[in-house]
Design a protein around this ligand. Structure first.
Ligand SMILES: [Zn+2]
Length: 373
């Protein structure tokens, strides 16, 4: 069996390129995890996800506990087998979606009680229960249950919320069954307040985790604030453990966060964008519903090797979305996920060659070009 371990191969300023070894395979970092909400990366087969170069996907505990249920997934051989993804899977704790999706949620010191957004049935999530659900799903990486502090929050609200999350982090650690090649990540909270972020990081390090996530961002604070929080948080995290920025972001966010020492990301932007005609390319962001693509025979992104770009024109993709054909979201999701993976490959290579700043500048300059070449 493989021990759960992170190896750094190269650094460029604060950025790191490395490999996370897990029971289900290696994850080259920096890594972007496509979001497989309910046991599927929406509109993609598992083979298609693999073909983009993704090495790890994310599953959502909240969705899977309600439907089809964690016990059922366990009986059917675990989430890897259930969704045909033998590679590493990270599951979130369910807490974020309880707060954003569930009805009539009630938070107390011990956990959160909520009603399913599907059928109104009542459920309860505690730190121990969340860890148990993630074990039943067979998550390679388990996340601690935390409270995602709303934004904005006063310093007092942020402190109270962060301290609750730190108590839950301790309970999650105690509930987690150590298994070879499996890991548990803590989550730094503290809103936009540097001293709270530092206090939260110190509290988590005292407990001891296999990786450290930065949570409570990308909820409306804006990129400058996200980066300021990273500047205040990342230097307080251990050098030898993976760092995961939750729920971020745009390609530009990813570059800036990698430059600040982040190793792992997840976000619905490429997959949600793929279903809504929003294309992320080396020439910037396009809305494929735009009439200017109706007669455009060029590939979506000439530098991309995905099926949407190699085999089809912008005009065809435009037509699929106008006609509301399923193939439109399928092709564009594949493209967007592949673009994100290509970006991560480029970042890894640039860090290895100590050319990250030049790579970032060239990539950003490309987004501003609109010459259709
Ligand atoms: Zn493509």
């Amino acid at each position: 069996m493989t021990a759960f371990a992170y190896r750094i191969d190269a650094t460029d300023e604060d950025a790191r390129a490395g490999v996370l070894h897990t029971a289900h395979g290696d994850v080259p970092t920096p890594a972007f995890m496509p979001v497989g909400t309910t046991g599927t990366v929406k509109a993609m087969t598992a083979d298609a996800v693999r073909a983009t170069g993704a090495s790890i996907v994310l599953g959502n505990t909240y969705h899977l506990m309600l439907r089809p249920g964690a016990e059922r997934v366990a009986r059917l051989g675990g989430l890897h087998r259930f969704m045909d993804w033998p590679g590493p899977i990270l599951t979130d704790s369910g807490g974020f979606q309880v707060m954003s999706l569930a009805k009539l949620r009630k938070l107390d010191a011990d956990g959160v009680t909520f009603q399913s957004h599907l059928d109104g049935s009542t459920h309860r999530l505690t730190p121990e229960h969340s860890v148990e659900i993630q074990r039943l799903l067979d998550a390679t990486i388990t996340m601690v249950l935390d409270e995602c502090t709303p934004f904005p929050a006063s310093p007092e609200e942020a402190r109270t919320s962060m301290q609750l999350s730190m108590r839950w982090a301790q309970r999650s650690r105690e509930a987690f069954q150590t298994r070879e090649g499996y890991g548990l990540f803590g989550i730094v909270q503290g809103s936009v307040y540097p001293e709270l972020r530092e206090e939260s990081a110190r509290a988590l390090i005292r407990i001891g985790f296999d990786g450290y996530a930065v949570g409570g961002l990308a909820i409306g604070e804006g990129q400058a604030t996200t980066f300021a929080v990273l500047d205040a948080t990342v230097p307080n995290l251990p050098l030898d453990k993976p760092r995961y920025l939750m729920g971020v972001g745009t390609p530009d966010d990813l570059i800036g966060a990698v430059q600040r020492g982040i190793d792992m990301f997840d976000c619905v932007i490429p997959t949600r964008g793929g279903r809504t005609a929003r294309a992320y390319t080396s020439r910037g962001v396009f809305n494929l519903r735009n009439a200017r693509f109706a007669d455009d025979p060029a590939p979506l992104d000439a530098s991309c090797r995905c099926p949407a770009c190699v085999r089809h024109s912008r005009a065809y993709l435009h037509h699929l979305f106008k006609a509301e054909e399923m193939l439109g979201p399928m092709l564009l999701t594949w493209h967007n996920v592949q673009y994100y993976q290509e970006l991560m490959r480029g970042l890894r290579a640039a860090i290895t060659e100590r050319q990250l700043e030049a790579f970032a500048a060239a990539t950003r300059a490309g987004w501003l070009r609109d010459d259709d070449e």
